[in-house]
Design a protein. Structure first.
Length: 328
């Protein structure tokens, strides 16, 4: 059984209501295979949402191929988990997707045989491949174009990652540190925004807005649900960010990607419980507190790995004991 995509699916809870995102998917999943662009994506993934927003913003006729890179958990709302499927399983289920994304990560695209993966490069590709007089996501001006990339990367490192740390961390102390880092990142990012309009560059909607919007959405929705994230409304930087979000989330291209809020929140339960084994969860491990690392599902998997016939934990303990004896 597949994880729920629509209200008609057996695993869809009755309390959930489809939103504009589900309506968009219903149309795009029925698009002809001859559509100029095929978007291999996952409805819940913020990285994939970047490519989704870009395609909508540029008015591209695209076909959506839903990829679920995780095991279905029929006991969870919607059947969602963050338990990574092996690459070979993904290849069997979604051969075209893995051809476009050899590591099995969404999003990926096929545009007339031109294959590409990784979300930010896909934004740039769609912007250049499908010119539109109405919207140019990557400015012609070299300085503005570079600023878009610099500050999108900044948001990835200094806002996105602290948010995920706060979501995954299991102690109040570690969550407080992640929250402080998150606010620091928001303040610096807001300080770099243009002042002649609501978007990052001011008047113009751009690459940076597309790249960061899915993650700010999750800070407000998922972070609030699991960690009580509430940004200080009297902070001028937060006020600037909320002005930005009001403008961005009101844009048609973004609204068309906003799925049922309860559904999105439910899909992140494994992160909040420190049970996720996704590639992104793996990338977070080194930045988490020792308490959270030791308790994680990934740690449990690693500790089961054999080394010369012994569990890894035993092997490491033996090395530590040997080092202690040498020091004596």
């Amino acid at each position: 059984m597949r994880a729920a995509l629509f209200a008609k699916d057996p695993l869809w809870p009755a309390a959930w209501a489809e939103s504009t995102g589900e309506a968009t998917l219903a149309v795009r999943m029925e698009a002809a295979a001859t559509a100029p662009l095929t978007l291999y994506s996952s409805w819940f993934c913020p990285f994939a949402q970047r490519a989704w927003i870009a395609a909508e913003e540029k008015g591209v006729d695209y076909r959506w191929v839903e990829v679920n890179p995780y095991a279905v958990d029929e006991t969870a709302p919607g059947g969602y988990s963050k338990k990574q499927l092996p690459l070979e399983t993904k290849k069997s289920l979604y051969p075209g997707f893995v051809e476009a994304s050899p590591r099995g990560l969404v999003p990926a695209i096929d545009c007339g045989g031109e294959l590409l993966c990784e979300s930010d490069p896909i934004i740039e590709y769609i912007d250049g491949k499908f010119p539109s007089a109405a919207t140019k996501l990557c400015p012609d001006d070299p300085h503005k174009r570079a600023l878009c990339r610099v500050w999108a990367d900044f948001a990835n490192a200094k806002i996105q990652r602290p948010y995920y740390r706060m979501l995954v961390e299991q102690t109040d102390e570690a969550r407080a540190k992640a929250y402080a880092d998150l606010l620091d990142g928001i303040r610096e990012f807001a300080g770099a925004m243009g002042d002649d309009g609501p978007y990052f560059l001011g008047a113009d909607f751009s690459f940076t807005d597309v790249s960061f919007a899915p993650f700010f959405q999750r800070i407000l929705w998922v972070g609030a649900a699991y960690r009580g994230i509430s940004l200080p409304q009297d902070d001028p930087a937060v006020q600037r960010m909320l002005k930005w979000w009001d403008a961005v989330s009101s844009r048609d291209s973004v609204k068309k990607t906003l799925v049922c809020k309860d559904r999105l929140v439910a899909s992140y339960a494994n992160y909040a419980e420190n049970k996720a084994t996704s590639d992104y969860a793996k990338s977070l491990m080194s930045s988490l507190s020792a308490t959270t690392r030791d308790a994680s599902a990934l740690s449990a998997k690693i500790n089961k790995a054999p080394v010369a016939g012994l569990p890894l934990l035993t092997f490491v303990a033996g090395l530590a004991l040997g080092a202690a004896l040498l020091r004596k």
